[in-house]
Design a protein around this ligand. Sequence first.
Ligand code: 86X
Ligand code: MG
Length: 461
Amino acid sequence: MIEYYDISGCYILRPWAMSIWEVMQTFFDAEIKKMKIKNCYFPLFVSSGVLQKEKDHIEGFAPEVAWVTKSGESELEMPIAIRPTSETVMYPYFSKWIRGHRDLPLRLNQWCNVVRWEFSNPTPFIRSREFLWQEGHTAFATKEEADTEVLDILELYRRIYEEFLAVPVIKGKKSEHEKFAGGLYTTTVEAFVPNTGRGVQGATSHCLGQNFAKMFEINFENEKGEKAMVWQNSWAYTTRTIGVMIMVHGDDKGLVLPPKVASVQVIVIPVPYKDADMQGIFDACADTVKSLNEAGIRAEADFRDNYSPGWKYSNWEMKGVPLRIEIGPKDFANKQVRVVRRDNASKSDIPMADLVEKVKDMLNNIQQSLFDIATQKRDACIQVVHTWEEFAEALGQKKMILAPWCDEEEVEKDVKARTKGDMGAAKSLCTPFEQPELPEGTLCFASGKPAKKWTYWGRSY
Ligand SMILES: O=C1CCCN[C@@H]1CCCn1cnc2cc(F)c(Cl)cc2c1=O
Ligand SMILES: [Mg+2]
């Protein structure tokens, strides 16, 4: 999927990974186009003056900004930053383009790369110094329109995870401490990796309020002829999505690809036999691929004559191909094929006549089964607690913890401080939109004060 690169924190995305990104991009791009959101492209470079404009909330990020300081042998007059995100690149032009209410809503998206020169341990897909994402930046006349879009986009992110990557996520709101400091509120889809017991922010959809409108003077004349500031959102998902899918579904034999995102959904392998009619078997493999492709199924045959069938079985299992079809002399004679599922290793013999329908059903079944099993495993990691002792124990058991919280930022900082350690501190992951019953008098697990809400906590990436 990737190749390591000679610059730390940077990875080559090989076709086996890029094809997953493209499937998600095709879906998301079509969906935002239905919402009348338009793609654009802004420059990679940010002048330092403009970048400093957001100084209040980016001071924490300053160490991760990558700068261009030279061209050839000569120093640049002014150093130029490589975009870590594009607010400061875009919003001066939002200010120029938005004059009256007829210019609203302005809804732009760009598919691009961003650079953040992080120093914490680089991990393929999960934490890299350059990554691909889409970043949506929208401006509205009213808060209501912005609030609505935040949730519309969050639903698309849920669909990317649950319908394509077969990964269950929890929709919720980030705490004041964890939200994007420049915004009004941040919503998120939180995934969880049972094997490591860590939560991961899957994608994010922020309402920025009028904070950036004030900073960049993005005003418009409203219908009453008054000058008003716009209400803005920004939202993104990244190539980190691929890393989450790998960790949630992978097993000891390697990748397990959900069929929706598998560039090869079915691999057809001829099983040669010394005196068998090999040409007949090869033709049967080619015909099988052809009829599956004609039905819109992404199938290939592995005719390489320098590898044994056994080697091929392991190779394609490691690459996570959802279905393998074996055609040997007996299968050929009986006009049937042997189908093997990657997710549960189950084998079945299917008459060639029924193959296309059966394969379609099996691929749908694999997609659903991967999601159901991932959901069961994730739910098994959720622990409801009421006291600090229960919280600490659940944390030690690598759980995703649902706890009643007083919603005080100081208390959240205290939880971080009290759980600091070599595994990393616990943090609030999100306050789920779906709130369980909170009986009168329930106390916060960390402060003992009256609890205001149920919130998920845990270690995270
Ligand atoms: O998450 C999104 C959705 C898409 C558009 N952007 C927002 C906020 C991004 C926060 N953020 C995240 N990382 C950053 C890193 C930096 F080096 C600098 Cl200067 C700024 C930031 C920064 O503002
Ligand atoms: Mg960061």
